[in-house]
Design a protein. Structure first.
Length: 108
C-alpha cells in the first residue's frame, strides 16, 4: 500500500483536490479570491470567474457557466485529460512499459 501511495503524481493530487473543491463550493456565494489582480483593486482580470464557471458547470448550470467565463467547461476537460495523462504516464513508468504496452527490452 505504501508503494502505491508513493507512486501517485503530486500534480494529479493537486488538480483532483482543486476540482473537488470547486465541485462542492456554492457558486452563488461570495468567497475569498486569491487573484492578485483583483486583490490589487483592478476591475478586469481575464482569469476571474473561471473558478465560478467551473463550479457552475459541476452544478449543472451550463448556460450560466458559459456566461461567467467561456473557458470554464474547457478547463474541466483540459484538467481531466491532464490528470489521466499523469496517471497513465506514472503507470507506464512504474510497470516499465513503453507506449505500446510492451515491456522495455522485449521489442522482438
Amino acid at each position: 500500500m505504501k508503494q502505491k501511495v508513493k507512486n501517485i503524481p503530486w500534480e494529479a493530487i493537486i488538480w483532483i483536490v482543486a476540482l473537488i473543491g470547486l465541485a462542492f463550493i456554492s457558486p452563488h456565494q461570495e468567497h475569498f479570491s486569491i487573484c492578485p489582480i483583483k486583490n490589487l483593486g483592478y476591475s478586469f482580470c481575464p482569469g476571474c470567474g473561471l473558478g465560478t464557471s467551473v463550479s457552475l458547470a459541476f452544478h449543472g448550470h451550463f448556460k450560466e457557466s458559459l456566461a461567467t467565463h467561456p473557458l470554464g467547461i474547457f478547463a474541466i476537460l483540459v484538467l481531466s485529460f491532464r490528470i489521466i495523462k499523469l496517471f497513465k504516464t506514472q503507470y507506464l513508468t512504474t510497470n516499465n512499459t513503453n507506449n505500446y504496452g510492451e515491456r522495455n527490452g522485449n521489442t522482438a
